[in-house]
Write a protein that binds this ligand. Structure first.
Ligand code: SF4
Length: 465
């Protein structure tokens, strides 16, 4: 799933040639609303959708081609549809990367792909104890669903047992948590076995349109992906399948992929925005604007009105300051970090929810939860940085008046103080590959390059949850 453009056998990439060498993606025909603006009345479309007729492909395409100046009208109309089905709730999901890197597949967007030079954390399966602990962190941060992800082409039967045992352990400690597995291509009867263990859902993203699939991966086909989504559903698991946008696909291909998702009747649709990892064929690819990212979310909402729509990996980089607005269209997000890269600080995610007047699905008092996590984070930072005096994380997630050491972990997360940052610094840890934004010559602000995850699952450092 995604989650930083990487979910086992789910996140594709740049155009591999027949020799397996990705080529440059073709130029997108999107992102130029000013030159291809379409005329569509978003409010009338919302009325049509609310009356029971989802947007057609043509209407979805027209939404993608509206002008930037119409964006607020699009969001307002999509918000009507969102509120009908989900009110003001936000479903919070939390990723646990059970097994990282060393994948034999060549999905071009993926930092875990065959031949990737991206310096990600690489580790084999987390123990049941560690995986349960990571899931509990997510639950304490407000997550109602934990997503157990493992890199690779697909699970062996032993892997199914392993994930089943982890699921049982998580549900023993946190019975209310939903578990979604994301393990790659399923063989016959594996979905049924996961279901018996208590797994609720299965993620396997289509990522892009069938007509674009060969451009992003050479080691498997689009049809293999749809086959796994169907197997998951037939086995009694709730299908979760979504997209990665920004890989050079055309507007028509975005709509083609959304059409495929609705044909599969995916219950949850994560929309990932390409994270162009260094060391992958997608390095440096950056086609999306914040406005176009929003239009894509709106098109999904109008075409799949009652489906969980999740802002996923890359939202910080591509939606940028429009992230809070996107929650009026989407109704779900991943909390904190992604599989191999950092997300914005979890407190910033919770602030976005509280400040927008939303509530977390399954939580009685979202604001109280946010305040409690903030207080506990400040207490932790105060303890670690006591000698430096008075360090506090602001309500907006900033290191207000911070005297925090800038020694790793918070890179690319300006205004964010991840759990673990100070502990790492206090322990004298060497700066991570992320490092301080200033040390990388970046101006603090919304991240524009991926920051590799060095905390949470697979490390001894606290996660960003
Ligand atoms: S390269 Fe492997 S881990 Fe990455 S998306 Fe493809 S199948 Fe999943």
């Amino acid at each position: 799933m995604s989650v930083d453009n990487a979910s086992p056998a789910t996140q594709g990439t740049v155009a591999p040639t027949s020799a397996g060498t990705p080529t440059t993606p073709h130029s997108p025909s999107t992102n130029s609303p000013a030159t291809s603006a379409a005329h569509i009345d978003p409010d009338a479309l919302a009325t049509q959708v609310l009356a029971g007729t989802p947007a057609t492909s043509e209407q979805g395409l027209a939404i993608l081609r509206t002008a930037d100046e119409d964006l607020l009208d699009i969001v307002a109309a999509a918000g009507r549809v969102r509120r009908k089905h989900f009110g003001m709730t936000v479903k919070v999901n939390y990723l646990v990367n059970l097994k990282s890197g060393l994948c034999p597949e060549d999905c071009g967007y993926c930092s875990q792909r065959l031949g990737s030079d991206t310096e990600i954390l690489k580790y084999s399966w987390l123990s049941t104890k560690d995986a349960t602990r990571q899931a509990t962190f997510g639950m304490e941060g407000g997550a109602g669903r934990v997503c157990l992800v493992a890199s690779g082409r697909g699970p062996s039967n032993r892997d199914i047992d392993r994930v089943g045992e982890i699921t049982k352990s998580i549900k023993d400690s946190n019975p209310q948590l939903e578990v979604c597995a994301c393990l790659g291509f399923l063989k016959d009867n594996q979905a049924e076995r996961l279901k018996e263990y208590g797994v609720d859902a299965y993620n396997h993203n289509l990522n892009t349109a069938e007509s674009n699939y060969e451009e992003i991966c050479s080691t498997h086909t689009f049809e293999q992906r749809t086959d796994t989504v169907k197997k998951a559903k037939a086995g009694g698991l709730s299908p979760c399948s979504g997209l990665i946008v920004g890989m050079g696909e055309s507007d028509e291909q975005v709509i083609e992929a959304i059409d495929s998702l609705r044909e599969l009747d995916s219950d949850s649709i994560p929309v990932n925005f390409l994270i162009p990892f260094e060391g992958t064929p997608m390095e440096g690819v950056h086609h999306l604007t914040p406005q176009h990212s929003m239009r894509i979310l709106a098109a999904v909402r109008f075409m799949c009105p009652d489906k969980e729509l999740r802002i996923a990996g890359g939202r910080e980089m591509h939606l940028r300051t429009l992230q809070p607005l996107s929650l009026h269209v989407a109704n779900s997000l991943f909390l904190g970090d992604y599989l191999t890269s950092e997300g914005q600080d979890a407190i910033a995610d919770l602030d976005m929810i509280v400040d927008g007047g939303f509530s977390i699905l399954g939580q009685e008092d979202t604001k109280a939860l946010r305040d409690q996590i903030l207080a506990s984070k400040n207490a932790h930072l105060a303890a670690v940085n006591g000698a430096q005096g008075g360090t506090e994380v602001g309500v907006a997630g900033g290191a207000a008046g911070s005297g925090l050491p800038c020694a790793g972990g918070a890179a690319g997360k300006p205004g964010a103080v991840p759990a673990g940052t100070s502990a790492e610094a206090a322990a004298g840890a060497a700066p991570t590959s992320g490092g301080c934004p200033k040390s990388r010559g970046e101006v603090p602000g919304t991240p524009t390059v991926p920051v590799i995850r060095r905390r949470g699952a697979g490390t001894d450092l606290p996660p960003n949850a």
